[in-house]
Ligand binder design. Structure first.
Ligand code: HSE
Length: 347
C-alpha cells in the first residue's frame, strides 16, 4: 500500500522530512516496504496545493527555497485551507507541523481532531496538543482506529518515546532528568566561548533550532512542555504545564558563566520530574550549575540528553540531537515507519 501524505504547515521540519523521504525512497521501499506519495501541502504563509496523484516534491522544495508561493505550482488545486486539506483530500496521513502553542495547543489540536474524525492517521512534532490533552487524543485515535505518532515532541529524532515505550518495556520508570532544549544549550555553549547572548540566540534561530517565537525556548517553556509530555506519556502520571515550576536562562549573565567556569562548573537548563514516595510529582525546569564531572555537563551545542531512572537498570541515558531541520524531520519518519508496520500488520 502507498501511504498518501498531506503536510499541514510546511516550515523547516517539513522540508527536512521531504529531503529525507526523497533521498531514501528506494531504501525505505526495499527495507521496510514503505511507499509514499505526498498529495497536499497547506501552509498559512506559503499557500496550498493538492494533487491526488501526488506532487513533484523536488519542484516544491526548489520553489520554497526561492521564496515562491505554492500557488505558483503548475498543476493541482490551490487555495484549500488546513481543515479543507485534512477533510477533503485523499490523504491517509496528516503530518501536523504548524507552530507550537503549549498553552492552548492550537491550531494543531483542531487539526488533529479533524483528522481523527475523518479517519486519518496523524504524525506530528507539535508539542502543544500533547501537552494539552495527550490521553484524550490517544483514546480518540484508538476509538477511530487510527495512529497518532509524536516521537519528535521530545528530543527531536533521538528516539526517547520509542525507547521508553518499546525498548524499556517491562521496567518501571520512576523519573527523568535532562537537557531538553537545543536552543538554550546552544546559547549557553556559545556564551561560554564569549559570544553575546543576543548573537547566540540569532545563530540558534538561523540554524532552525529555535521556535517561531524563541521566548518559549529561553524562558524554559519549551522544556516545560517536554517535562509535561514525558510525565504523562512515560511516567503515566497526570501533570499540566501550570503544575511545573519554570525558570529559563534569560537571567544568566556572562559573569555567571565565567564564575561557573572558574569553579569547574557549567550552567545547563535542566528539566526533571520524579514520582515522590507519596505518589505526587516533583517537576521543574531551571538552570543548574553542574560540576564538570556530571555527564550532563559534557553535553554541548544543540545536543540534548535524557536520563530515565528505572527499577531494573537504574539510570539509563540517551544523548542525541534535540532540534534541527533534518533531525526533527527524521522523527516523523520514525512515526511513519511505525504506522507502516501497523498497516502492514493489518493487511
Ligand atoms: N526549539 C526547540 C529546541 C526545538 O530548541 O529544542 C525542538 O523541540
Amino acid at each position: 500500500m502507498t501511504l498518501k501524505l498531506a503536510f499541514i504547515g510546511y516550515g523547516v521540519v517539513g522540508q527536512g522530512l521531504t529531503e529525507i523521504l526523497l533521498e531514501k525512497k528506494e531504501m525505505l521501499r526495499k527495507r521496510y516496504g514503505f511507499d509514499f506519495s505526498i498529495v497536499a501541502i497547506s501552509d498559512i504563509m506559503k499557500g496550498s496545493v493538492y494533487d491526488e496523484q501526488g506532487l513533484d516534491m523536488n519542484m516544491i522544495l526548489d520553489m520554497v527555497k526561492e521564496g515562491k508561493k505554492l500557488d505558483e505550482y503548475p498543476d493541482g488545486k490551490k487555495g484549500m485551507d488546513s481543515l479543507q486539506t485534512i477533510k477533503e483530500t485523499n490523504a491517509d496521513v496528516i503530518i501536523e507541523i504548524t507552530f507550537t502553542d503549549v498553552k492552548t495547543g492550537q491550531p494543531a489540536l483542531e487539526h488533529i481532531h479533524a483528522a481523527f474524525d475523518a479517519g486519518k492517521h496523524v504524525v506530528s512534532t507539535n508539542k502543544g496538543p500533547v501537552v494539552k490533552e495527550v490521553r484524550a487524543l490517544l483514546d480518540k485515535a484508538e476509538k477511530k482506529h487510527v495512529h497518532y505518532g509524536f516521537e519528535g515532541v521530545v528530543l527531536a529524532g533521538t528516539p526517547v518515546i520509542n525507547l521508553a515505550k518499546y525498548t524499556l518495556a517491562g521496567t518501571k520508570i520512576t523519573g527523568f532528568k535532562g537537557i531538553m532544549n537545543g536552543t538554550t544549550n546552544y546559547i549557553l555553549t556559545r556564551m561560554e566561548e564569549g559570544m553575546a547572548y543576543e548573537d547566540a540566540l540569532k545563530k540558534a534561530q538561523e540554524l532552525g533550532y529555535a521556535e517561531a517565537d524563541p521566548t518559549g525556548d529561553v524562558e524554559g517553556l519549551d522544556a516545560l512542555g517536554k517535562v509535561v509530555i514525558l510525565t504523562n506519556v512515560v511516567l503515566g502520571e497526570k501533570l499540566g504545564w501550570e503544575d511545573v515550576k519554570c525558570t529559563g536562562i534569560t537571567k544568566i549573565t556572562k559573569e555567571d558563566i565565567n564564575l561557573a567556569k572558574k569553579e569547574g562548573k557549567r550552567w545547563k537548563l535542566i528539566g526533571s520530574a520524579f514520582v515522590k514516595p507519596d505518589g505526587s510529582i516533583d517537576a521543574k525546569v531551571e538552570p543548574v550549575k553542574l560540576p564538570l564531572s556530571d555527564p550532563l555537563a559534557g553535553v554541548n551545542e544543540a545536543i540534548n540528553a535524557l536520563t530515565f531512572t528505572t527499577d531494573e537498570l537504574g539510570p539509563v541515558t540517551i544523548v542525541g540531537p534535540g532540534a534541527g531541520k533534518r533531525e526533527t524531520g527524521f522523527s516523523l519518519l520514525v512515526d511513519l515507519l511505525e504506522l507502516n508496520r501497523k498497516v502492514q500488520g493489518e493487511e
